[in-house]
Design a protein. Sequence first.
Length: 190
Amino acid sequence: MIAGIVLAAGAGTRFGPEAKLLAEFRGRPLVEHAIAAQCAVAELERVVVVLGSRAEQILGSVAFGRAEPVVCRDWEAGQASSLRCGVNAVTEAERVIVTLGDEPLLTPAVIGRFLEQPGGARAVYRGRPGHPVVLGQGQLDAVRELRGDQGARGLLRGGPQVECSDLSAGSDVDTEADLEEIRSEARAIV
């Protein structure tokens, strides 16, 4: 079984006082685009969205489609906690494709490129590491031991790198300026 995890638990403090994941992008909350991209990949048997900061607000404002929201109660302990929470929600998965909730231009085609990739594979955009990443059984077991503000980066070292710049820029939103840049990029595509 292949599952998908959308990591959307962080506070997004660099964005400012507003909820970054609820910022408007193309008439919908930013995070809704990331969720929809994973849900559109039929081969992902389950899609889990890990929430933390502002979880109640997000739950009440976002269309999750077939995705299952999971609230990580200890999200403030760092990225490892939210990743572990997502992995623990899909224990039956042999492989997991992980994306971020603040990447609204990530498409189902990019995610689909990783369906046959082994654990440890990650996207690169003109050589810059990004998402999606694939966690196989070895990485999934190791995630359960991660602590603090580290994700799976160390677990992916030496794994296959899949160039995806032909499908996406791999841009994520950290600040309001990033969101404006992605809006401009989206307008250029349309």
